[in-house]
Design a protein around this ligand. Structure first.
Ligand code: S3P
Length: 188
């Protein structure tokens, strides 16, 4: 596989999309973009405020507009919000010229990584684990369907995930340390 025009990271809250995306962009010499941060910059307010004032629907509307705009940006690594796959109309924006990577993460890891988070409105509930389980059941099939590569991130450092991804994209890379997954397989 030669280097893709752009890489799009999908997956649930707490999958490590931003951390891994930033490191992967540096590795590929691509620009890193985070759709949530761009939405916040454009709006001049953070995501909890947008959910409060405009509701989830208002946020989703902004998200679709940004994903459409960013779909034409080559040499980028884009970290998307966990719910970006929920609107069918976003799918062509996510797939356009992209290698789509699903950072697959267990609900236990998601709980662990989002435990102290106050910036994710959907998790400000009495039982965030139940929310994450419900979202996983709904969204995992969508992430899987959209993805060119499914990369498990549990018990892996961001550095290892990036190394494995680069290895999958360019098997001749001198940075490769070990072969990951079956040749041609979507899963690693
Ligand atoms: C959301 C995930 C968040 C953010 C918003 C909604 C979701 O992004 O877009 O709070 O629906 O799963 P992260 O996945 O980066 O946390």
């Amino acid at each position: 596989m030669s280097l893709p025009k752009r890489v799009v990271l999908v997956g649930p809250m707490g999958a490590g999309k931003s951390t891994i995306g930033r490191m992967l962009a540096r590795e590929l010499g691509y620009r890193f973009m985070d759709s949530d941060r761009i939405i916040e910059e454009r709006c001049g307010a953070d995501i909890p405020w947008i959910f409060d004032v405009e509701g989830e629907e208002g946020f989703r509307h902004r998200e679709t507009a940004i994903l459409s705009e960013l779909s034409s940006q080559s040499q980028t690594v884009l970290a998307t919000g966990g719910g970006a796959v929920m609107r069918e109309e976003n799918h062509p924006h996510l797939k356009r010229d992209a290698l789509v990577v699903y950072l697959k993460t267990s609900v236990e890891q998601q709980v662990e990584r989002t435990r102290k988070d106050r910036n994710r409105p959907l998790l400000q509930s009495d039982d965030p684990e139940a929310v994450l389980r419900r979202l996983f059941a709904l969204r995992d099939p969508l992430y899987t369907r959209l993805a060119d590569i499914v990369m498990f991130t549990d018990r892996k450092s961001p550095r290892l995930v990036v190394r494995q991804l680069v290895n999958r994209m360019d098997p001749k890379s001198p940075r490769q340390v070990r072969k990951v997954g079956k040749e041609g397989s979507k899963h690693a």
